[in-house]
Design a protein around this ligand. Structure first.
Ligand SMILES: [Fe+2]
Ligand SMILES: [Fe+2]
Length: 291
């Protein structure tokens, strides 16, 4: 296992994942549950990342450390690009009859209403908690591409790039929360519990909504969920392999850079540096083709 030493945050722009409408509706090995689970994540990305950026920006003027200040700027640039690329991916769903614009604008309004009602401290603690959830998912995807072997390579490449950048900026919010806002341990862990519950509820509800939109009957949906939950929580399941890393956040002296295997990220970065192409990097990672 390789642990992080000094990782640079590199905002990458002008990327092209060629996410055309020719990609099959059920792009994840023909599996409707896994496809819609990730489609739900993608649909929630613009509102979620907008929330993170605004919560972090609220502290920008209080950051005295120039390195951290620069990292915050790069964090904002990276999250902005993630939103842009996920919007392009979400456009495919419009052709499937899904009202992406309404879904997104409803989420944006709801998220902003919520942000204005809570304290800045809670907003930052929630953002940091969501970043932890994103980080553990990103490490799992980079370390276990075999779980995505039958996913569409272009969409997988989008997630691989997003994961790589999440790994690069995984400590930014945490450092602002600890060193600038000086959020105490109880609020930090409370926020993780709240973020985990709300994230699970939001993703599950949207996944269910998309599967209903696809026309699956109740019995069919039940069978899809059963198989999908096994993929997530069964032996070596995608969510199950993240649990140890997830619970590390409850350690009083936790820091994001002390956890998470960097091997997959390092492989992705090496290929990206050689090719300057996130599609090639994603496809090679997916095929374990980097010996
Ligand atoms: Fe992101
Ligand atoms: Fe992030």
């Amino acid at each position: 296992m390789t642990i992080q030493t000094d990782v640079q945050i590199i905002p990458r722009t002008g990327l092209d994942f060629s996410l055309s409408n020719e990609i099959p509706t059920f792009w994840f090995g023909g599996d409707a549950f896994k496809t819609r689970l990730f489609d739900a994540h993608s649909l929630l990305t613009p509102a979620g990342e907008g929330f993170f950026i605004r919560c972090l920006k609220a502290y920008k003027n209080q950051i005295r450390d120039s390195r951290l200040n620069l990292e915050v700027e790069k964090f904002i640039l990276q999250e902005g690009q993630h939103t842009l690329q996920h919007r392009l991916s979400n456009n495919r769903l419009k052709a499937q009859g899904i009202d992406v614009d309404k879904l997104e604008s409803d989420q944006q309004k709801e998220t902003e209403r919520f942000r204005l009602r809570i304290s800045q401290h809670l907003g930052l603690a929630l953002t940091t908690a969501y970043e932890h959830i994103t980080t553990i998912t990103s490490h799992a995807l980079m370390e276990h591409p075999e779980l995505f072997s039958d996913a569409d390579p272009n969409i997988f490449s989008l997630y691989a790039w997003h994961s790589a950048e999440e790994i690069e900026h995984k400590s930014v919010c945490f450092d602002v929360m600890q060193n600038v806002a000086k959020v105490k341990y109880p609020l930090r862990v409370f926020a993780l519990v709240i973020a985990t519950l709300s994230f699970q509820v939001q993703v599950s509800m949207l996944t269910g909504k998309l599967l209903r939109h696809d026309g699956f009957s109740f019995t069919q949906r039940l069978a899809l969920w059963r198989r999908g939950l096994k993929w997530m929580y069964g032996k070596n399941g995608f969510t199950r392999i993240q649990l140890k890393h997830y619970f590390a956040y409850f350690r009083p002296h936790f820091h994001p850079t002390s956890f998470g295997d960097m091997s997959g990220y390092n492989r992705w970065k090496k290929i990206y540096r050689l090719t300057n192409d996130p599609l090639i990097a994603g496809k090679m990672i997916q095929k374990n083709d980097f010996a």
